[in-house]
Design a binder for this molecule. Structure first.
Ligand code: CP
Ligand code: NVA
Length: 302
């Protein structure tokens, strides 16, 4: 049977995505009841991190353990990858030893090359292009709060970055409206805007974009690898901070999501997390665990 990778959301069909999410909700209930299944007993996930991580690493590692398997953390500096062993050779070798590989990389093309050479599923744990695992958790969180994701009004405020790209793709696949406000020069790329399949609208200001929003979301202004641009970005993103006053302009039942880590005083105001509308952020982070467990089962068990 051909293996399935998860490099972007649309690596899976819409029906497969909904099935994964259904399973994620069940796995969360089992987890809360302290009931663990052994559906991936003896299976091993290799995790290659070229960049830092808290949530992605812990959720994949804990997830594999809770399903009866295990995970191995690999960093380029401690493996032969850092000494020039080709990606393709590494992909072939790992395919002989483990059931799946998760990669966090600064170059999406490396993921594609790795996936082409590997005979096991390859999962995107964040690339410069997109962050599909994050969107599984975010959609799970929206389903929990609103019952269903179809027809929701979601506002993306800030940088048109990798997470924004996955939001655009998700809007097309899960049929919600994405209202985007990004400063000039920081819009998402046209290739990803197309993936929204007409479910996106652009606004000139955060105030306009959040009007009628049921979900307001943002991300850091300088992503990993863009540290040199921090000063220019702080200047460019002035006026794009999420504050309680901005949330007041959204619907009264609106919630706030953030993939985290968050920078208080930059994309969110100081103490924003004291606002009850932001408590969804912690459920969202926790849902990384459940959504990815469901994804791992889907990819490894077939
Ligand atoms: N949201 C997210 O991917 O967090 P980490 O960088 O901590 O993995
Ligand atoms: N856009 C951020 C997301 C971190 C989870 C980054 O790429 O650093």
């Amino acid at each position: 049977m051909a293996k399935t990778d998860f490099l972007t959301l649309n690596s899976l069909s819409q029906s497969a995505l909904f099935k994964v999410l259904e399973r994620a909700h069940d796995l969360k209930k089992s987890y809360q009841a302290k009931k663990f299944s052994q559906t991936l007993a003896q299976h091993v996930l290799a995790m290659i991190f070229e960049k830092s991580s808290t949530r992605t690493r812990v959720s994949f590692e804990a997830g594999m353990t809770q399903l009866g398997g295990s995970a191995i953390f690999l960093s380029p500096t401690d493996t032969q990858l850092g000494r020039g062993e080709p990606l393709e050779d590494t992909a072939r070798v790992l395919s002989e030893m483990v059931s799946a590989v998760m990669i966090r990389t600064d170059d999406h093309h490396k993921l594609v090359r790795f996936a082409e050479a590997a005979t096991i599923p390859v999962i995107n744990g964040l690339s410069d292009s997109c962050h599909p695992c994050q969107l599984l958790a975010d959609v799970q969180t929206m389903q929990e709060i609103f019952g269903e994701v179809q027809g929701l009004q979601v506002a993306w405020i800030g940088d048109g970055n990798n997470v924004c790209h996955s939001y655009l793709e998700a809007a097309g696949l899960f049929d919600f409206t994405l209202n985007v406000a990004c400063p000039k020069g920081y819009q998402p790329s046209a290739e990803w805007v197309e993936k929204a399949n007409g479910r996106v609208r652009f606004y000139d200001s955060p105030e306009e974009a959040v009007r009628d929003a049921q979900v307001v979301t943002t991300d850091v202004w300088a992503s990993m690898g863009q540290e040199d641009e921090t000063d220019a970005r702080l200047e460019a993103f002035k006026g794009y901070q999420i504050t309680p006053a901005l949330l007041d302009r959204a619907r009264t039942d609106a919630c706030f999501l953030h993939c985290l880590p968050a920078h208080q005083g930059e994309e969110i105001s100081e103490h924003l997390f004291d606002d009850p509308r932001t408590k969804s952020v912690w459920a969202q982070a926790g849902n990384r665990l459940h959504a990815q467990k469901a994804l791992l089962e889907h990819l490894i068990q077939g």
